[in-house]
Write a protein that binds this ligand. Structure first.
Ligand code: CO
Length: 616
């Protein structure tokens, strides 16, 4: 009796051009109508799926294109009826930046399925399966395919044993496919082979690999993945491939043609599509990521992606401490270890970078902590691979006990409250509107009012046009503004506006604002001690004096808990600043009375801008 040979898996490709690729390289700036037009042709190619919804693109589409993402999804489904449409969902965060209650997760997934999503790829930045359960269950209830994705990471806590146990967990939750999601291109061919082979031993569901070319290893890792038995790979049409995006579809198709792993895709069918993607890229060149054409060797050296290091560099600049870069490089792994080795994935990556900078420039480690770090230690992000350092937890939380339950269990139902609020605002209570409002409350209201003018490719980018993102209306609730304006840029001086452009670089849900001026790249404005940026024509900002509490970096004022006349003690919070998707407590470094408050909630401030004056 001979053992029946297992048929060689036919390799299928998921094309990410309409989601990850343009989010990674073009700040998510392809327009819905362009995607829909192109999708008719993509539908003929024979992809396993088109990743075309979710991640950061939902927000970008509203904010920058003034388009309703639900309308787009319905049109896309019509344009590409043969190929499954795939969405990326960050567990209990859905496509936004905070946890939602289960009723919202259920409603969002059900509506996305109704509008055209066939495959939901669901992940959690900490690989905490509890944060993925509700979304997985909702997708199954809607009778859609579910891909459970693991965020790949390298650390002493991440070994084959852990990956195997997480993969088994996802299979048990009913996932149809397991995806190894490598946001920073950390996967080497050797580790990919070992990982895929080990997972194939223990799980029955197909395995897919999603990587980015950031470090240059992805095409080799892909080859190793298929040899070890992976059956799905993620690629992008070549003009929007490479760099921080996926390997090119055409290259992978050609490389594997005729062998055991033939994708079944005809290269000729991709030529016309390629030309159109090239045209769209050319039209939107001003959004092109500075990381698009770069092999990021820092990932190979530090396992830290280059844009995280760039972020560190910028933050140090705002503290006037550029020279301390090396110290921060040593500090990052230390902080990560103390936090229990979380994967370096948004938003945890920003949290670690900011804390490492504060630990170095503050003089005392954890002398200043961000609100996100507190939340993290409290367990509100979920469970890291290893418990966070007990001493650190005690130092930051005091006697508060961290939560051990699933974070979303702290939230009551949210749908009916939102429905009532929407009614109060006089907005039609359609499911489209309700969900958009729940995810991005104030952005949604601006959108419903028609304030987010559609932009044509000819009137793109920077400053004036980005008003909605940079300058939230004064009437909106500060917390919403914070949730929705993750990286507000300072209002640019009028004179500079004409010759500077702003790039929002978005990588897997993470946004960086990069301002490029005639002189080159300049992020943020005046370092400590230099004259105020107001010189170029913006309204004069008060100069910082001895009693001034200044903004440590650019950001959005979420809260000003003090008013003139209040007595403050050393260390009292006088303002809460939202920057790089994190809320930072700004504390008084002197005791005294509040003499003046220079900012209001919802205002965008620049680095070193005085916020509050304290006097005796
Ligand atoms: Co990705």
């Amino acid at each position: 009796m001979t053992a029946k040979a297992r048929p060689a898996p036919r390799l299928r490709l998921t094309d990410t051009t309409f989601r990850d690729a343009h989010q990674s390289l073009l700040a998510g700036r392809l327009r819905g109508e362009d995607i829909v037009r192109l999708a008719r042709k993509m539908d003929e190619v024979g992809f396993y799926s088109l990743e075309a919804f979710g991640g950061a693109t939902f927000e970008t589409e509203i904010r920058h294109n003034g388009e309703n993402p639900w309308d787009y999804l319905r049109q896309l489904k019509k344009a590409a009826p043969k190929t499954p449409i795939q969405a990326l969902i960050r567990g209990q965060n859905l496509v936004a930046h905070r946890n939602f209650a289960d009723d919202v997760v259920q409603a969002f997934v059900a509506h996305a399925a109704d509008c055209g999503v066939d495959i939901f790829r669901i992940f959690d930045p900490l690989n905490d399966l509890r944060n993925m359960e509700a979304a997985i269950a909702a997708a199954k209830k809607a009778k859609r395919k579910v891909q459970g994705a693991l965020c790949y990471a390298i650390s002493p806590a991440h070994n084959l044993e852990l990956w195997v146990s997480l993969a088994k967990g996802l299979q048990k939750l009913g996932c149809d496919v397991l995806i190894i999601k490598d946001t920073s291109g950390l996967l080497s061919p050797q580790t990919t082979w070992e990982l895929v082979a080990a997972l194939r031993e223990v799980i029955k569901i197909p395995i897919g690999v999603h990587s980015h070319c950031s470090s240059g290893m992805a095409p080799m890792a892909y080859m190793a993945a298929v040899e070890a038995g992976a059956s799905i790979l993620d690629t992008a049409i070549s003009p929007l491939a490479w760099g921080t995006s996926q390997p090119a579809t055409e290259s992978v198709v050609a490389a594997l043609a005729g062998g055991d792993y033939d994708t079944g895709i005809d290269l000729e069918k991709l030529i016309e599509v390629r030309d159109e993607v090239q045209t769209l890229k050319d039209e939107r060149r001003e959004y092109l990521s500075p990381y698009a054409d770069r092999v990021d060797a820092d990932i190979l050296r530090f396992q830290v992606p280059g844009h995280m290091l760039e972020d560190v560099h910028q933050q140090l600049g705002r503290h006037g401490a550029e020279a301390r870069f090396k110290e921060v490089l040593v500090e990052i792994p230390r902080v990560r270890q103390e936090l229990g080795y979380p994967p370096l994935v948004a938003p945890i990556r920003q949290l670690i970078a900011t804390q490492a900078v504060l630990n170095v420039v503050g003089g005392e480690r954890y002398g200043t902590v961000t609100k996100d770090l507190k939340d993290y230690l409290q367990g509100l992000f979920g469970r890291p691979p290893r418990p966070a350092d007990a001493e650190l937890r005690q130092m930051v939380l005091g006697r508060e006990e961290p939560v051990t339950i699933r974070p979303a269990d702290l939230l009551g139902p949210q749908l009916s409250g939102a429905r009532a609020e929407l009614k109060k605002q006089g907005v039609e209570g359609s499911t489209d509107n309700l969900l958009t409002y729940l995810l991005f409350p104030s952005l949604a209201l601006s959108f419903f009012r028609g304030d987010l003018a559609r932009k044509t490719p000819e009137e793109p980018s920077a400053n004036g046009g980005e008003k909605a993102a940079e300058d939230p209306p004064a009437d909106q609730a500060p917390a919403e503004a914070a949730a929705e304006a993750p990286t507000p840029a300072p209002a640019a001086p009028a004179a500079a506006a004409a010759q500077s452009a702003e790039f929002q670089v978005e990588v897997d849900g993470e946004t960086f604002v990069v301002r490029v001026t005639g002189a080159g790249m300049a992020v943020g404005v005046a370092p400590a001690g230099s004259p105020p940026a107001a010189a170029a024509g913006a309204p004069a900002k008060p100069a910082a004096g001895p009693g001034s509490v200044v903004a440590p970096m650019q950001g959005l004022i979420v809260k000003v808990p003090v008013k003139v006349g209040d007595a403050v003690k050393l260390g009292d919070v006088v303002a809460v600043l939202e920057a790089m998707k994190m809320q930072n407590d700004i504390v008084s470094t002197v005791a005294g009375k509040v003499k003046a408050v220079h900012v209001r909630e919802g205002e965008v401030v620049g680095p070193n801008q005085p916020l509050v004056e304290i006097g005796s």
